[in-house]
Write a protein that binds this ligand. Structure first.
Ligand code: FES
Ligand code: FES
Length: 156
């Protein structure tokens, strides 16, 4: 039986009628229209569906909508509000770190969270943050380069 849940997504409040088996990813994409998070594997292995739940990166295909009733969610759309994109998005453009782009939202969410939480991350931190994020196109080199380059945009 459907239930009503409340979510705050990218700063806006929503009341949504959901089936108890719908994932957060489905709620975000199919009900609310936030199509930035992608469904790659649907089983927690590719990272393309990553969003923040209360500021922590989480694979939204592994979470049910009803489990996060009342949570504060950020999708990649929330990183580029007021016509400004995040530092890691700028760095991805600088380095040409996107090919098909399917993995990009998850990668961006992971690296943005890293720079938000760690003041001066090194290459090992970057690789750790990208663990569980799969890319079928780039070979990862340009993604890691972009992640390092983003440092200049997150200076405090
Ligand atoms: S779609 Fe969620 S981890 Fe792949
Ligand atoms: S750019 Fe295509 S999957 Fe990463």
């Amino acid at each position: 039986m459907k239930k009503i849940i409340k979510l705050r997504v990218n700063g806006e409040d929503y009341e949504i009628l959901v089936e108890p088996y719908w994932t957060l990813l489905k709620v975000l994409r199919d009900v609310l229209g936030f199509t930035g998070p992608k469904e790659g594997c649907g089983i927690g292995e590719c990272g393309a569906c990553t969003v923040y739940i209360d500021d922590k990166p989480v694979k939204s295909c592994l979470v049910l909508g009803v489990e996060v009733n009342g949570a504060n969610i950020t999708t990649i759309e929330g990183l580029s509000q007021n016509k400004k994109i995040s530092g890691i998005q700028k760095a991805f453009i600088d380095e040409g770190a996107v090919q098909c782009g399917f993995c990009t939202p998850g990668m961006v969410m992971a690296i943005n969270a890293l720079y938000t939480n760690v003041s001066d991350p090194g290459e090992d931190d970057i690789k750790e943050a990208l663990k569980g994020h799969l890319c079928r196109c780039t070979g990862y080199e340009t993604i890691v380069k972009a992640a390092k380059r983003a440092k200049e945009y997150y200076k405090r």
